[in-house]
Ligand binder design. Structure first.
Ligand code: FDA
Length: 305
């Protein structure tokens, strides 16, 4: 019921305009998405970097339907990377890329070519790229493209979703020297056949995956706001004797900023995932619709410091 209401709202340009113009709603959006233009993203990145945080920028947009849209997304990333370099924000800032925004759903080769061009631009700018994880039907294709990209751009990062039953095996596969792996719980609505459904099972899977990554040879990136999982991450860093430059914590922009600052003050590397672009409305609403529990997540973030 809640999902259908949110989905209906996501298609309504009237509600979009309302959200855009209502001061409180605009405040909510700005809390999670600093703006539509690349300049907004650059400004927010500069502020985060001067606070001692690292950043991964995400140009909002997914499920591209035409080669022209895919080319525009690729170009926007290439320009963004040049601007980040020009503003002296690399290597503190990298980019996160959704292969579906580069055409993965209709032309895998096109998505690979686009991602390759972005990796080349990132390398030129002195930074790197992480491939976001999307719904489970894309996991094999995304990991195949990652393997190919890593031949020439070995620092390209992967994202693994703890809620997928396959992920422990993927963690073992990717916990190798030089391999950057972001571990998150997973944000999509997935069937029981492929994903754990209860929060407890997802949390337990996250800890098993975290143990594999932190005891392995790669570079783990722990992407969660969950206090218990952050504490377990800190514990495993001590246990496996990982120094702050051998793994990192990651948070979404606007979520638990005091915790971000606390971890950075403790000397940890903390990277903020910063979405920007004019598709913010669809992005926020789809996240809510895919998983209505995310509504509580955003509301909690508004209350939290
Ligand atoms: P969850 O939402 O389950 O909350 C657990 C507990 O954490 C809460 O009970 C509360 O105690 C605390 N908490 C959570 N939010 C809080 C808040 N706002 N304020 C105070 N306390 C709070 N997903 C995906 O499928 N593909 C991807 O590529 C990515 N990429 C990604 C990057 C980064 C940097 C992050 C942080 C997340 C992602 N995700 C993602 C999203 C991820 O899969 C997941 O949906 C969200 O992070 C929510 O899960 P949490 O682990 O944060 O805890």
């Amino acid at each position: 019921m809640l999902r259908s209401v949110i989905l209906a709202a996501s298609r309504s340009s009237r509600i979009e305009r309302l959200v855009e113009t209502a001061p409180l709603a605009r405040g909510v959006v700005r809390r999670f998405v600093p703006g539509a233009a690349a300049d907004d993203a650059l400004r927010a990145t500069g502020e985060l970097v001067s606070d001692g945080l690292s950043v991964s920028l995400d140009l909002l947009g997914e499920d591209t339907e035409t080669p022209e849209q895919a080319a525009a997304t690729k170009e926007a990333y290439v320009e963004l990377l040049a601007a980040l370099k020009g503003a002296d924000l690399t290597p503190a800032a990298e980019v996160s890329v959704k292969l579906s925004a580069l055409g993965q759903k209709f032309d895998e080769q096109l998505a690979y070519d686009g991602a390759r061009a972005i990796c080349a631009a990132a390398s030129e700018a002195g930074t790197t790229v992480t491939l976001d994880a999307e719904d489970h039907t894309t996991t094999d294709s995304t990991l195949d493209i990652l393997t190919k990209l890593r031949t020439d751009f070995p620092t390209t990062g992967a994202v693994l979703q703890a809620y997928l039953r396959r992920t422990e095996a993927d963690c073992r596969e990717l916990a190798t020297a030089g391999s950057r792996v972001r571990l998150c719980k997973g944000a999509y609505k997935e069937p029981e056949s492929v994903a754990y459904q209860s929060a407890l099972d997802v949390d337990k899977a996250f800890v098993r995956c975290l143990n594999i990554l932190m005891s392995g040879d790669g570079y783990p990136m722990l992407a969660t706001h969950d206090p218990r999982l952050v504490a377990i991450g800190e514990d495993r860093a001590r246990w496996f004797d990982r120094s702050p430059d051998e793994f990192e914590f990651q948070f979404l922009y606007g979520v638990r900023p005091e915790e971000q600052a606390r971890l950075a003050a403790e000397g940890y590397t903390v990277r903020i995932y910063l979405p920007y672009g004019n598709q913010w409305y669809a992005y926020l609403m789809r996240r809510l619709a895919e998983r209505p529990a995310n509504l509580g997540f955003f509301l909690r973030a508004l209350r939290s410091k």
